[in-house]
Ligand binder design. Structure first.
Ligand SMILES: NC(=O)c1ccc[n+]([C@@H]2O[C@H](COP(=O)([O-])OP(=O)(O)OC[C@H]3O[C@@H](n4cnc5c(N)ncnc54)[C@H](O)[C@@H]3O)[C@@H](O)[C@H]2O)c1
Length: 383
């Protein structure tokens, strides 16, 4: 076995996503398992360079995990020819410029979503990467979750017949920050800093719907700010200028209709923080992050509407759990592995900057639909 070291500049590892999901649960987890076996006698050994603005915070993380390389100088890191890959999980508003620099420097890039703050910028990045000939990938973690992988398996196996509709419910209560600290960063609630639930979640809904049921062809959304004032990390009140809830209807290629509520202002009365119900002519399913339950046509009860008597059936009990039938790794790690195999073994990979641009487009058009109070067509994007 030959061990090949891969130097990855990781920008934004002091943040929630960068630290937990990408550094600890993906890159360090890969090292713990001995590297990534490419299947051709090569094992990739990821060597992260922690990049950011605050040296002491980077050094603290490096020390905690036995890492040695940190830098606050993105230009110097990008100028280093031994660095192969640039990864970005910074705040959304800082991403486009940094990705542009990395691509121009000839680095392969892997990035959190949304890839840019507008479609023009997102497409420009995709075109630049294509022209420069670098490999590129965008995090699309939800489709690597066990619940959605089981749902995809049902779709691929023809379980649903013709899919009629998809109903998604995403959200939980995010504390305002006054009497209990908020569990999300305050920039999420400021439009001027790249915040907002449409910008955050519609990119996810784009690839979930597209990969499982068909491309989104139109969007009708109502985005709103239910809570106009919140308190930041320092306990200071601020105006919440970004949307904290969005109610969206999406038409899909193939004829199905999806309806997804996204909200940071709901209390959870569900089994998971996100759930999708899919109804098809042959059967239905309800999938969450981890679980997936089904009800086949042949096992569908025939309820009769009668408000004068208590419910006669325990409807939730009439669903059957879909077995795992395999081991599911962390979704972020699974996608990192595929990206690394794409870069170093030429494996196919379609979750790229063009796919990322589709997500940015859906967010942009969702906000336009909301502002103009009308349904908006979603044209197909291309390089
Ligand atoms: N894939 C997912 O499920 C998912 C979930 C949450 C967030 N995200 C995305 O990940 C990115 C990071 O989100 P997060 O929740 O980890 O945010 P966070 O606020 O916890 O982290 C942001 C990171 O960016 C750095 N940063 C760089 N420039 C900054 C600036 N000008 N102001 C503030 N911080 C700056 C911070 O130091 C920190 O490392 C966002 O683009 C977000 O859309 C993805």
């Amino acid at each position: 076995m030959t061990r090949k070291t891969v130097r990855i500049a990781m920008n934004g590892v002091t943040g929630r996503m960068g630290y937990r999901q990408h550094l600890v649960r993906s890159i360090l987890a890969l090292r713990e398992q001995g590297g990534l076996d490419l299947g051709d006698g090569t094992v990739l050994w990821p060597e992260p360079i922690l990049l950011g603005r605050r040296e002491h915070a980077l050094k603290e993380i490096a020390g905690r995990h036995g890492l040695t390389e940190v830098s606050t100088d993105i230009d110097a890191v990008l100028a280093d020819p031994s660095v192969d890959i640039y990864f970005d999980s910074q705040v959304t508003s800082a991403r486009e410029e940094a990705l542009g620099k990395a691509i121009a420097a000839g680095k392969h890039v892997y990035t959190e979503k949304p890839t840019a703050t507008g479609l023009d910028g997102a497409l420009a990045l995709a075109r630049l990467a294509h022209a420069r000939g670098v490999r590129h990938g965008v995090v699309q973690d939800k489709i690597f979750l066990p619940g959605l992988r089981k749902l995809k398996r049902l779709v691929d196996g023809g379980f649903f017949g013709r899919v009629l509709s998809v109903r998604g419910e995403f959200g939980y209560w995010v504390f305002e920050g006054d009497w209990q600290p908020a569990q999300r960063p305050s920039w999420n609630y400021r439009a001027e800093d790249g915040g907002g639930i449409v910008v955050d979640m519609f990119p996810h809904w784009e690839y979930v719907l597209h990969e499982l049921f068909g491309r989104v062809t139109s969007v009708q959304a109502l985005a709103t700010t239910h809570i106009p004032q919140r308190w930041d990390e320092q306990g200071k009140p601020y105006d919440a200028t970004a949307d904290d809830a969005a109610y969206g209807v999406f038409e899909l290629e193939g004829g199905a209709v999806a309806q997804i509520n996204s909200s940071w202002t709901v209390r959870v009365h569900r089994d998971e923080l996100v759930e999708f119900q899919v109804d098809g002519t042959e059967g239905s399913a309800v999938a969450g992050l981890r679980t997936c339950r089904v009800q086949h046509r042949g096992a569908t009860p025939k309820p009769v509407w009668n408000p004068d008597v208590p419910a006669t059936e325990a409807f939730r009990d009439q669903w059957q759990e879909v077995p795992d039938n395999t081991e599911f790794d962390n979704g972020f790690k699974a996608q990192w592995e595929l990206f690394l195999k794409h870069v170093y073994a030429g494996a196919p990979y379609h979750w790229d900057l063009l796919a990322g641009a589709r997500g940015v487009q859906l967010a942009e058009l969702g906000l336009r639909s909301s502002a103009e109070g009308r349904r908006v067509e979603v044209p197909e994007v291309s390089l």
